[in-house]
Design a protein around this ligand. Structure first.
Ligand SMILES: [Zn+2]
Ligand SMILES: [Zn+2]
Length: 348
């Protein structure tokens, strides 16, 4: 009565040897008949349900030879295979540990010299910084794989101070970001309050009884107040013709034009002005209220059908009034009707 072991007989080898018995089978073996190496291999093989499995594969790492393909049940062949595999396994483990150790050394040597900045990240969509040991970060060496527990532990110990400092830096950044956010909100609220006070003061000082009464009842549209403030801000420029956007019919279309009514238009800073245009620019500048900012613009449109084009120049006058910022354009070509006020801009 021996020990039960699971082995395998190769089908092809069995047939070629004239045997009709193949596949997995259970054999008996007496450990007393085995040498020490074989006993060790037997002892290390996995056991389930009272049976020792000599066919069980070996885990990585290791490049193992194929299991024996015997024509007859051969327990010794399987034990020899397991002894060989066990040696390979041991050697491969040592090599892997040495590799991980080397990786840890490289990692520590490199990252201990890197600025804290590289230990903190704020990857979109995160809003806060976090600190961590860099992994696959830029051209720095990555961490050894997660199975390399000892190597990882060695790195964590060696870079513990660095990581602590990185955590402190991340916290500092996060607190600063919080403060800035709070400050921005405070600033915004204060600006909104100042703006509301400015509008109220304007209504009471400059608008008529009807408007004041509506304002009190919250029935006065804000646009009406803004229009009034804007009109007052630009009053000194009322004598100058306003710039009017180029319309389809302003362009001299060719005969082959389909009349598609569609223009392709662009606005840019003007690169040059004629003497007459500049004369007008200077007059506007002289009459503009203090604090006004002027900028010469060029508007160019081309017909999408016949390609006929038109260019006009204007001066944009930006006037800040308290919390409000107004923008209006005046024609510099001297040929524009002052009827369509479609170039008022608000930045408030
Ligand atoms: Zn980074
Ligand atoms: Zn056209």
């Amino acid at each position: 009565m021996g020990l039960k072991v699971l082995i395998r007989v190769d089908r092809v080898a069995a047939i070629l040897a004239g045997c009709d018995c193949y596949g997995e089978l259970i054999a008996d073996i007496d450990p007393a008949e085995l040498n020490l190496d074989e006993r060790q291999a037997l002892a290390q093989a996995p056991e389930h349900h009272g049976m020792t499995d000599l066919t069980a594969p070996f885990p990585p790492p290791g490049n193992y030879p194929a299991p024996p393909e015997t024509a007859t049940p051969d327990v010794h062949a399987w034990l020899r295979w397991r002894i060989k595999c066990a040696n390979l396994y041991e050697r491969a483990c040592k090599a892997q540990l040495a590799k991980w150790d080397q990786e840890a050394e490289t990692y520590i040597a490199y990252w201990s010299q890197q600025p804290l900045e590289r230990f903190i990240t704020k990857d979109w969509p995160a809003i806060y910084y976090t600190a961590a040991l860099p992994n696959h970060h830029g051209d720095g060496p990555p961490l050894p794989e997660s199975d390399a527990m000892a190597a990882r532990a060695r790195i964590e110990t060696a870079l513990a101070d660095k990581l602590n400092d990185a955590h402190a830096l991340a916290d500092k950044r996060n607190r600063a970001a919080e403060r800035h956010k709070l400050q921005r909100e405070t600033d915004r609220t204060a600006a909104q309050i100042r703006r509301a006070e400015q509008l109220a003061a304007w209504v009471n000082e400059y608008m008529d009884d009807n408007a004041r009464a509506r304002f009190k009842l919250n029935l006065l549209p804000e646009d009406e107040i803004l229009d009034a403030i804007r009109a007052a801000a630009y009053r000194s420029l009322d004598e100058f013709p306003r710039y009017r956007k180029i319309r389809f019919n302003d362009v001299d279309h060719s005969e082959r034009c389909s009349g598609s009514q569609s223009l392709d238009c662009d606005t840019d800073d003007a690169k040059h002005l004629t003497a007459a245009q500049f004369e007008l620019y200077r007059q506007i500048e002289t009459k503009a209220p203090p604090g006004a900012k002027l900028k010469a613009l060029v508007h160019s449109c081309a017909c999408e059908s016949c390609n006929a084009g038109l260019i006009r120049r204007s001066v944009q006058v930006v006037i800040p009034v308290g919390e409000l910022l107004f923008s209006r354009e005046y024609a510099l070509d001297g040929n524009t009707a002052a009827i369509d006020f479609d170039t008022d801009g608000d930045h408030n």
